[in-house]
Design a protein around this ligand. Structure first.
Ligand SMILES: Cc1ncc(COP(=O)(O)O)c(C=O)c1O
Length: 371
């Protein structure tokens, strides 16, 4: 049983869009990769720890089909975005950063800091359909320097056509930054199918990898043009050279790294990355879609707020029960279903650890309490 691999749930845990449940093996793996080298490693402790971070990069590369040298560990997505913005090659004519009003606010807060560099943010209004390529055709204008593409938007449960959007941006010489926070681990991703310049993500949600293991990926086409401003000795080509007058960027994505890195979050996350690689994101997605269909098939008209079409759907269902909404939400809570709410409705995320039995219990609770 797949759910036996994870720590025991309290009731029915449907919050994988927020924090995935940990694997039972995570704690001992973190002990082995972080605590033991520290308590026994003496002066070699950093060799062990850096090897752990290297394994994190290698696992991400395997999961997303790219090269580990293109990944740089980051503490979270917002700070990765900030580092990218301040590293971009300057252009006199391209001063707009394009994003959607439905993107994650923290990413916007990080991007808004680019006003000191002369950038201005242009928002695609939230009522426009981002699966319609005509919208992108209209908004990807000559003055856009960078477009943000959030593969899965957290408030509306929509999955965007990243391959098409990044291809269009690339054709128009617009740099693209893809946020995979809500898609990694649940939607199969092959970086080779995209024309992205930057990808940012973390492991805390569907990957069950805990907080603190963020990352950025950079394309080989732009890496040499980027000059991060937020650096430290681990961004240096040779961190142990110690020549105060000679900073040189690392040749790979580690130029975005910084000072002494944290280690524990990456050791924790690598365990779950490897679990997901072995199981296959396709398998997790198949189960997710099957459980989502089971719920969708019982809904009344208008209750499904997130998209119906499987390739536009994310891992998360957003539901609104009209006049019964508050009552049903309370009944779900009291029957031990864990979920959260956003302006459009409640968010439910069926993961591999959610059984058919749990989903049927949820469906029953909803149907018993419609008014
Ligand atoms: C689409 C998206 N981007 C980013 C984040 C989080 O960003 P950070 O890692 O900076 O907290 C979230 C978190 O919910 C998200 O849903």
């Amino acid at each position: 049983m797949m759910e036996d691999k994870f720590v025991k749930q309290q009731g029915t845990y449907m919050l994988s869009h927020s924090v995935g449940l940990p694997l039972k093996t995570t704690q001992s793996a973190a002990d082995a990769g972080f605590w033991q080298p520290w308590s026994t490693g003496g002066e070699n402790v950093w060799d062990h720890w850096l090897a752990g971070i290297q394994r994190f990069r290698a696992s991400l590369a395997k999961l997303l089909n790219s090269d580990s040298s293109q990944f740089c560990p980051q503490s979270n997505i917002s700070s990765a975005v900030n580092k990218i913005i301040f590293s971009l090659p300057r252009s006199e004519h391209k001063k707009v950063i394009l994003m959607s009003e439905e993107d994650f606010p923290s990413v916007a807060y990080a991007l808004q800091q680019s006003s000191v560099l002369g950038y201005q943010i242009r928002y695609i209004p939230r009522n426009l359909d981002l699966n319609n390529m005509q919208v992108w055709d209209e908004y990807l204008t000559d003055d856009v320097a960078l477009v943000v593409v959030t593969q899965v938007q957290s408030n509306n449960g929509a999955q965007l056509p990243v391959a098409e959007i990044t291809a269009m941006a690339n054709e128009r010489s617009v740099l693209s930054l893809v946020d995979v926070a809500q898609s990694i681990g649940i939607i199969p991703i092959d970086i080779q199918l995209w024309r992205a310049d930057f990808i940012v993500g973390s492991c805390v949600k569907w990957l069950s990898g805990g907080p603190g293991a963020g990352f950025l990926w950079i394309s080989a086409d732009v890496i040499d043009q980027c000059e991060p401003q937020n650096v430290g000795w681990f961004s240096h080509e040779d961190p142990f050279e110690f020549d105060i007058h000679n900073f040189r960027y690392a040749k790979d994505a580690l130029k975005f790294w910084g000072g002494t890195p944290s280690v524990h979050p990456f050791v924790v996350a690598t365990t779950s990355l490897n679990f997901v690689i072995d199981l296959g994101v396709e398998t997790i997605r198949e189960h997710n879609l099957a459980m989502a269909d089971r719920i969708i098939n019982t809904l009344a008209e208008g209750e499904l707020v997130s998209p119906l079409q499987p390739n536009h759907r994310s891992g998360t269902l957003i539901l609104h029960f009209g006049d019964s909404h508050g009552y049903i939400a309370n009944m779900l809570k009291s029957s031990d279903v864990s979920f959260d709410s956003r302006s459009k409705g409640i968010r439910l995320s069926p993961h591999i650890y959610n059984s058919v039995h749990q989903i049927d219990h949820l469906i029953q609770t909803v149907s018993d309490n419609r008014r």
